[in-house]
Design a protein around this ligand. Sequence first.
Ligand SMILES: C[S@@+](CC[C@H](N)C(=O)[O-])C[C@H]1O[C@@H](n2cnc3c(N)ncnc32)[C@H](O)[C@@H]1O
Length: 210
Amino acid sequence: MTRKTPDLHAAYALDSPEESRRLYAQWAEDYDQGFAAREDYMLPLHTARAFATAGGQGPVLDVGAGTGLCGAVLSQFGLGPIDATDISAEMLDRAMTKDIYRDAIVADLNVGIPAPADSYAGIVSSGTFTLGHVGPSALPNLLDVARRGAQFAISINAQHYAEAGFDAAFADLQRDRISDFTLTEVRIYGDLAAGPNKDDTALIALFEKS
Ligand SMILES: C[S@@+](CC[C@H](N)C(=O)[O-])C[C@H]1O[C@@H](n2cnc3c(N)ncnc32)[C@H](O)[C@@H]1O
């Protein structure tokens, strides 16, 4: 029996971390040459650029790093060291073949990241805070492993931002946990994208840990 390669439609319909683990185990091999190339996937570039432009420095944690597309851009900018964390060991295996990352950490962001407090001066995330994936309740788990003053660049699918309560979560965090919060809207895909989601946008949240 031939198995259908996962696609964005299936990814947006995920309903649990276990489903994510299963889908991305199947998607890892084809993700770069299939989805990312076909859809002209630009979000990792936008996210890495926003981080670098804001003055972000290493050590950096790439959250939901997948196959390493965001880390690859950070590395081209000369930023490092970079660690990768993701729920999918198969996606991280692909990332680690690229000689970008110092370390790979398999973790469910909803549960926590098994790294010491204050490990990172920068946190980036591209494409993981999206429909069917990770919601705002995971944000404190990212703050736990960041140093005071750490720069964050977190991309969040715009529809997910509106539907999952990110506004309220960021308002709450701005009371005492984060500062210098800004949001910038970017297109997730480039001009070569042709699929039904080609015009989707994401909000890149830039902020610092207080
Ligand atoms: C659309 S991919 C983005 C990968 C990469 N950052 C990029 O931009 O290409 C989403 C990633 O989130 C990961 N993911 C989904 N749910 C997760 C969770 N609960 N904890 C950690 N990672 C998760 C998936 O395994 C997948 O690698």
